[in-house]
Unconditional design. Structure first.
Length: 379
C-alpha cells in the first residue's frame, strides 16, 4: 500500500469510529434505604452508588412513609413497594404502599396503600411477572398476597394464610411468626420462613390471579428452636439457604423444584466458637455467581462469610465486623463486587468490597442514616 493510500485508509477508519457511537456505559445503581421511624420521621432515602469507588451519594428522601420496615421492587424497576405502619406491631393491621419510581432521580410517587392483612408486617417480595406482591406478618403469624394493577398500584388481598403451631423456645415460639416470604426462581412457589413454628412453609403461586394455596408437602422443618427468619435461593435454583435468628446458624436445603420440596442438608453456625454474648441473626445474601454467602449477626455485630461448594454446603471463610450496631439487612450489587449493610440501631449503611476469596474489605466510613432497616438496589 502506497503512503497516500495508507493515509486515506486511516482517515476512513477514524471517520467510521466517529460516526458509530460507542456503547453507553452501564449506569450505576440507585439504592433505596428505609428509615424505620414513626410519623414524619419515617421515610425512604435514595442514593446513587458509585460502583468504581464504592461510595453512596444521597440524592432524595421520600417522607411520610411510617415505619417502612421492608421494601420490594417490581421486576421492571418501575415500582417500589414498602411496609407502612402507623404503629409497627400494634393492634391495627399494617399497610403495603405502592410507589412509582420516577426516572433515576430517586423520587417516589405514592400510588396507593392497602392492608397487609396482619401486624408487624416485616417482609415483601414480588413475583417474576410483577403481578403479585407477597407480604409476611410477624406478630400475627400470617402471609398474604396482593394483586398488582396495570398502573403498579395494589388491589385488595387475593389470598391469606394464617400459620399455626409453636416450637421449643418458650419466649419466642409460643405462636407462629411469619418472618419472610420468597418467590421461587421458576415463579411456581412461594416459601415462608416462620420463626415461631420452626417451619418453612411452601405455597403454590398462581401469578395470573396472585393467589397462594398450600403445597403438598406443606412445609419443611428447621432444627428445633432455630427460629428461621430469612431465606434465599442459590442462583442455580437447586438449593435454599435459611438464616436462623434464634440459634445463630444457616441451614442448607436441597430443593426439588418439581415438587416444591426442601430436604435439609447442613446447618452451620454464624458465630465464633468462643463467643458467649447474646446475638441474633437477621439477613443473608448470595453473590450472583453463587460462590459466596453472607449472613448478619446482631449482637456480635458482624457478617459471616461462607464459601459455597458444588454440592451447596457452606464453609466459613471469615467473620467480619459490620461497622455498626445491629446489622439488619444486606444487599449485593449485580456484578457481585460490593456488599451493602444496613446497621439499623447503629444508624449507618456500610459498604464493603468483595475480594476474590469472598472476604470483605471496608470501602470507607459508613454513611450515617437513621434506622436503616432494608436496602433495595435498582440496577
Amino acid at each position: 500500500m502506497t503512503p497516500d493510500r495508507r493515509v486515506l485508509a486511516l482517515a476512513l477508519v477514524a471517520l467510521f469510529l466517529v460516526a458509530v457511537p460507542s456503547a453507553a456505559p452501564a449506569k450505576d445503581p440507585l439504592v433505596f434505604v428505609t428509615e424505620f421511624a414513626p410519623g414524619d420521621k419515617g421515610g425512604i432515602h435514595a442514593y446513587e452508588f458509585d460502583t468504581t469507588a464504592g461510595k453512596l451519594k444521597s440524592i432524595h428522601r421520600t417522607g411520610g412513609v411510617e415505619n417502612p420496615f421492608f421494601l420490594a421492587l417490581s421486576p421492571d424497576g418501575k415500582f417500589l413497594y414498602s411496609i407502612h405502619a402507623k404503629q409497627f406491631g400494634g393492634k391495627e393491621n399494617e399497610e403495603v404502599a405502592a410507589y412509582q419510581v420516577v426516572g433515576r432521580t430517586g423520587e417516589l410517587k405514592l400510588l396507593n396503600r392497602v392492608s397487609a392483612e396482619g401486624t408487624a408486617a416485616c417482609y415483601l417480595d414480588t413475583d417474576k411477572t410483577g403481578k403479585a406482591v407477597l407480604v409476611a406478618n410477624y406478630s400475627s403469624g400470617s402471609v398474604a398476597s396482593l394483586p398488582v394493577k396495570a398502573d403498579g398500584s395494589l388491589g385488595e388481598k387475593a389470598s391469606f394464610a394464617q400459620h399455626k403451631g409453636s416450637s421449643v423456645n418458650p419466649q419466642r415460639q409460643k405462636e407462629p411468626h411469619a418472618h419472610s416470604i420468597v418467590v421461587s426462581p421458576d415463579n411456581k412457589y412461594a416459601f415462608a420462613a416462620d420463626l415461631g413454628t420452626d417451619q418453612i412453609l411452601c405455597y403454590k403461586l398462581d401469578p395470573t390471579t396472585a393467589k397462594l394455596t398450600p403445597n403438598d408437602p406443606p412445609f419443611a422443618t428447621a432444627p428445633a428452636g432455630a427460629g428461621p427468619r430469612h431465606l434465599t435461593f442459590h442462583p442455580n435454583g437447586k438449593r435454599v439457604y435459611v438464616i436462623n435468628e434464634l440459634l445463630n446458624s444457616v441451614t442448607v436445603f436441597d430443593y426439588d423444584a418439581a415438587a416444591g420440596k426442601l430436604t435439609e442438608k447442613q446447618t452451620i453456625s454464624t458465630l465464633p466458637t468462643d463467643f458467649k454474648g447474646a446475638s441474633h441473626c437477621a439477613d443473608l445474601k448470595i453473590t450472583p455467581d453463587g460462590k459466596f454467602l453472607y449472613g448478619t449477626n446482631r449482637g456480635h455485630d458482624s457478617i459471616a462469610c461462607y464459601g459455597i461448594a458444588d454440592d451447596g454446603k457452606l464453609t466459613l471463610v471469615a467473620i467480619e465486623p459490620s461497622l455498626g450496631k445491629g446489622p439488619q439487612n444486606l444487599a449485593l450489587t449485580a456484578d457481585g463486587q460490593w456488599l451493602l449493610c444496613a446497621n439499623m440501631p447503629g444508624n449507618n449503611v456500610a459498604v464493603f468490597g468483595i475480594a476474590k476469596d469472598g472476604k470483605l474489605k471496608s470501602a470507607g466510613d459508613p454513611v450515617k442514616q437513621t434506622g436503616p432497616s432494608c436496602i433495595m438496589l435498582l440496577p
